[in-house]
Design a protein around this ligand. Structure first.
Ligand code: SAM
Ligand code: SF4
Length: 338
């Protein structure tokens, strides 16, 4: 029997504030080969493996979201490329009828080996995180990462044919804010887009004081503008980034400003953690346990879809991050997916 045509984007997932949910960020693992200072504690406790979704469970979950009108899925983590079945999972997801875009956010360290297979399996887009172009500083910020691996990974992704690769840079005052212009220059040289992200207070870390290292997007833009004049652009890639253009380059410069510019009104997304918890907002703890539904009713997508639809009523209107208060959200970013 032919499958029913997928519904129009987001029509079956509308929250009580009228926002249509058409974008799922799926964390495929909480594990990572880096320990970035703003994301993780040095000695992280990861979830027991039995608590993590299997590849089949992740696929079933993603298929249900697509049935409900989700059109874009971004795979994230932890580090998605440390998942042993990531290429096969990408292949299965890319074949889902109705899915328009399958993207991934990665630290890039394993792209040298995996960029080609991921492209061949149907991955459409890559965001690669890069906070420093100085090898020693890169090591300090990631604790375990090697800059050379990521630079090789970026080259491999371009050679594999990925278009409009975007770099993500988290900027901390006093740690890497002096590299903002260098990072833009690198993006221009390599024909990449780049987004600068304000640090979010996810998880309790003691490596630095987040209020002291906070770097507002406006300061980042001012520094870039002094070297590369920027023009604000109205374009959007469906996410929270606000873009700027330069007259002499195709590179787009984005800023993601959870503190200085609230972006919740346009929120079109939900997240699922590696353990199958549906997070309706990055800035709130409330979660719906989709793993429990998957495991209690295997092979019954209708149950899962009903739970997901009912959950939309609980999507908060906005996040409330505060840098000067103890973190309201104790989860680490790797558990939720960026
Ligand atoms: N491991 C992959 C990576 O680093 O790209 C994917 C997961 S990571 C959690 C996704 C994004 O979240 C990265 O760009 C990372 O820099 C960012 N991130 C992590 N912790 C953050 C925090 N506390 N505030 C803002 N961004 C954060
Ligand atoms: Fe790993 Fe990404 Fe978190 Fe860095 S930001 S520790 S690469 S999950």
């Amino acid at each position: 029997m032919p499958e029913a045509a997928p519904p129009e984007a987001g029509t079956l997932l509308t929250d009580q504030h009228g926002r249509r949910i058409s974008y799922l960020r799926l964390s495929v693992t909480d594990r990572c080969n880096f320990r970035c200072v703003y994301c993780m504690a040095e000695d992280m406790q990861f979830m027991p493996r039995a608590e993590l979704l299997s590849t089949d469970e992740m696929f079933a979950l993603a298929a249900s979201f697509v049935q409900l009108g989700v059109r874009k899925i971004r795979l994230t983590g932890g580090e998605p490329l440390v998942h042993p079945d990531i290429v096969a999972l990408v292949g299965r997801l890319a074949a889902l009828p109705g899915l328009h875009e399958l993207a991934m956010t990665t630290n890039g360290a394993r792209l040298a080996a995996l960029a080609g297979p991921l492209k061949d399996s149907g991955l459409n887009r890559l965001n690669i995180s890069l906070d420093s172009l100085q090898a020693a500083r890169f090591k300090t910020l990631t604790r375990t990462g090697e800059l050379a691996d990521v630079l090789t990974g970026i080259r491999a992704a371009k050679e594999a044919g990925f278009q409009r690769i975007k770099l993500n840079s988290v900027i901390l005052r006093g740690r890497n804010d002096d590299e903002v212009v260098d990072l833009v220059r690198f993006a221009r040289q390599h024909e990449l887009d780049i987004s600068f992200i304000e640090e979010m207070p996810l998880g309790v870390i003691d490596e630095h004081d987040r209020a002291a290292t906070f770097m507002p997007s406006a300061d980042i833009l001012a520094r870039i503008n002094a070297t590369y004049p920027l023009t604000a652009s109205i374009e959007s890639t469906g996410g929270p980034a606000r873009y700027h253009r330069m007259a002499d380059s195709a590179t787009r410069v984005g800023v993601i400003s959870p503190h200085s510019a609230n972006f919740c009104g346009q929120c079109n997304r939900v997240r699922v953690t590696a353990s199958g918890q549906l997070m309706l907002c990055l800035g709130h703890e409330n979660a719906i346990d989709l793993r429990a539904v998957l495991r209690a009713h295997p092979g019954e997508p209708a149950r899962l879809m009903q739970t997901i639809q009912q959950a939309m009523a609980h999507k908060p209107e906005r996040h409330q991050f505060k840098l000067d208060a103890p973190p309201q959200v104790i989860r680490f970013m790797n558990a939720t997916g960026g």
